[in-house]
Design a protein around this ligand. Structure first.
Ligand code: MSP
Length: 508
């Protein structure tokens, strides 16, 4: 049977150019996507931009631009970023595309047909920055302004005719759904947060706006536009050609396996989204993972503080793969983390140059000098098998991924790199010139270790890993996670290609 896997990033607001927070969500999703690919899955990986609503309309107005032209320009910078980050996404969706509009209007019609939507009047607080409605008890006065307690963003009072979704009816079914699907919301702390919010009672949700025009029209009433979150969430379906539920994309990939999101948008994904879907009789996704924030120093990035981290600047200085490695290894997944030049440089020196780079360089140059750069013969003894087999438990490694335990996965790699360097040191192949078979076997074992660890590093640092695997003539589309079980993939006498220095140590 075909193994299919559907993963998404949030779709980003093209209100300003991308920053490190956006890059982080995308790199995380790419990591999982690439792992699943080398584990034999057909992967559908979706990202894109969320282009409607007041936030975008006002950003465009500020620059005296037509909203569509404004979105075209900034959405392009997000699409370019997918290339710069070397994302393996299958699709890039823009909510201003017609294929998306069709899905949103269809979903709306179904909700209406299912008696889930009614017309009334909204009066309450609205944050344009969050595109979210807030209750009275969710706002506070701060420095002379009314702000949302949750996000700190400014709210404004809204009173207008609006369609409502009967969210209150879904309180019990949602709690039952969370109970039945224990891993629907991860990490656990966020699951608890959501459950207690729902238990406090859900009010019907305003799902249309009338006072501005930048959005998708409500099919039955052109004076209203669809609430931007109902519009945006539907992107996960529209990319699969919903409402055509019989097409192969939808049949193979829905429900999504995992939505990767930041903790700031948990409520929309973990409450509204499954409620809309259940109300439309569509299966909810299997999992929503809310990761933490990337802080600049110790603070949240913001335009007003002038501390926005630009991924392009960091990539220009340090390169993409070191940044990907750092974000995956040094940020405790699920929690907030930060980047500083100092920490990034330490990580490059210790993990990449001294550990991984060093293992590759010394083993390959020893092979060049002593084995004429071809894979030598071998006859394993216990020492060799012990270390090789410490990388054979693919079920354990797979479970790190399936539990989104990125840190265990990364720690496992680092630990095996240390062990492999130690093995090469302890075995002292340079003292075995009189025992050619033993020398060759140590080299062979070390090359196999490099092969195995580099396969594990592929989802983390695809470009670097492909370079290393190419020295063994393994091409990108041949990378196979399950081959870790095998200790004898490298074929005797086959040529080893030259490998340039992978990471330069940074002088500090
Ligand atoms: N458009 C909505 C999402 C709709 S999904 C159907 C949105 N866009 S956003 O551009 O404001 O942010 C998208 C995501 O970027 C956040 O959920 C989060 O995943 C990521 N980040 C934005 N700032 C971040 C940090 N400082 N740190 C980590 N990620 C953060 O919300």
């Amino acid at each position: 049977m075909d193994k299919n896997f559907y993963i998404t990033t949030p779709i980003y607001y093209p209100s300003a150019k991308p920053h490190m927070g956006h890059a982080y969500s995308s790199i995380i999703a790419d990591f999982f996507s690439r792992f699943k690919k080398i584990d034999g899955y057909n992967v559908y990986f979706l990202t894109g931009t969320d282009e409607h609503g007041l936030k975008i309309q006002r950003s465009a107005e500020k620059q005296n631009k037509d909203p569509k032209a404004f979105c075209d320009e900034i959405s392009k910078t997000f699409e370019d970023l997918t290339k710069t980050l070397n994302l393996s996404n299958t699709d890039f969706i823009r909510t201003t595309e017609n294929r998306h509009k069709i899905s949103v209007q269809k979903l709306w019609n179904i909700l209406e047909e299912n008696n889930q939507i009614y017309l009334s009047k909204y009066s309450g607080w609205y944050s344009v920055s969050d595109e979210a409605f807030y209750n009275n008890d969710e706002v506070e006065n701060k420095d002379g302004s009314k702000v949302a307690k949750l996000s700190g963003s400014i709210v404004e009072w809204v009173e207008e005719e609006s369609y409502f979704f009967k969210l209150s009816e879904w309180e019990k079914p949602l709690l039952e759904f969370y109970e039945k699907n224990k891993n629907f919301i991860l990490p656990e702390s966020r699951r608890n947060e959501v459950i207690s919010f729902v238990k406090n009672g859900l009010k019907d949700l305003s799902v249309s706006r009338k006072s501005f025009t930048w959005g998708i029209k409500v099919p039955s009433n052109e004076n209203h536009i669809v609430y931007v979150w109902l519009d945006a969430l539907t992107n996960y379906l529209s990319s699969l050609k919903y409402p055509d539920e019989s097409n192969d994309l939808f049949k193979n990939f829905w429900p999504a396996d995992i939505h990767i999101i930041g903790k700031d948008i948990l409520r929309f994904h973990a409450i509204y989204w499954p409620a809309f879907l259940l109300a439309a009789k569509i299966k909810p996704p299997n999992r929503v993972y809310g990761h933490g924030w990337i802080l600049s120093g110790d603070e949240k990035m913001s335009k007003s503080k002038g501390n926005i981290l630009d991924p392009l600047e960091i990539i220009n200085i340090y390169g993409l793969d070191p940044l990907r490695y750092y974000l995956l290894k040094e940020v405790s997944f699920g929690n907030d983390g930060n980047i500083s030049e100092d920490k990034l440089e330490n990580c490059i020196n210790s993990d990449l140059a001294n550990n991984f780079g060093n293992l590759c360089q010394r083993v390959l140059s020893f092979t060049e000098k002593n084995c004429a750069s071809v894979i030598p013969d071998h006859k394993f003894i216990k020492d060799d098998l012990v270390i090789l087999e410490s990388l054979n438990n693919i079920d354990k490694i797979r479970s790190f991924i399936d539990n989104q335990d990125i840190n265990q996965y990364m720690n496992f790699i680092v630990d095996r790199l240390f062990a492999s360097n130690k093995y090469f040191n302890d075995q002292e192949p340079w003292k075995k010139k009189d025992d050619k078979l033993r020398l060759n076997t140590i080299v062979y074992t070390s090359l196999e270790l490099i092969r195995k660890i580099t396969i594990l590093l592929y989802p983390v640092m695809p470009k670097t890993s492909v370079k290393v695997l190419n020295t063994f003539n393994i091409k990108e589309d041949e990378i196979d996670f399950a081959s870790l079980k095998n200790n004898e993939i490298l074929k005797q006498q086959s040529k080893i290609n030259k490998l340039d220095i992978l990471f330069k140590k940074i002088d500090k």
